[in-house]
Design a protein. Structure first.
Length: 70
């Protein structure tokens, strides 16, 4: 399963991650950058360290699980 992780810094300069399932691919860096700017501007998320104040990173993460017969 793939996830889009948006990483921000909060007021205490700690990393806060917002994860979204099943991102559209290929990823559009311009749209992701604009969305992250809007999230900060709207102040729509609050973490234990305060509001989100800057962008740190955006990435797509894929997790693969392989069951092992025992």
């Amino acid at each position: 399963m793939k996830k889009l992780e948006l990483k921000f810094l909060n007021e205490e300069e700690k990393v806060v991650t917002v994860s979204l399932d099943a991102p559209a691919e290929p990823a559009d860096p311009v749209a992701i950058n604009a969305a992250m700017d809007e999230i900060i501007a709207q102040d729509c998320f609050l973490s234990s360290g305060g509001g989100l104040v800057s962008k740190k990173q955006a990435r797509i993460v894929e997790r693969n699980v392989n069951d092992i017969q025992i």
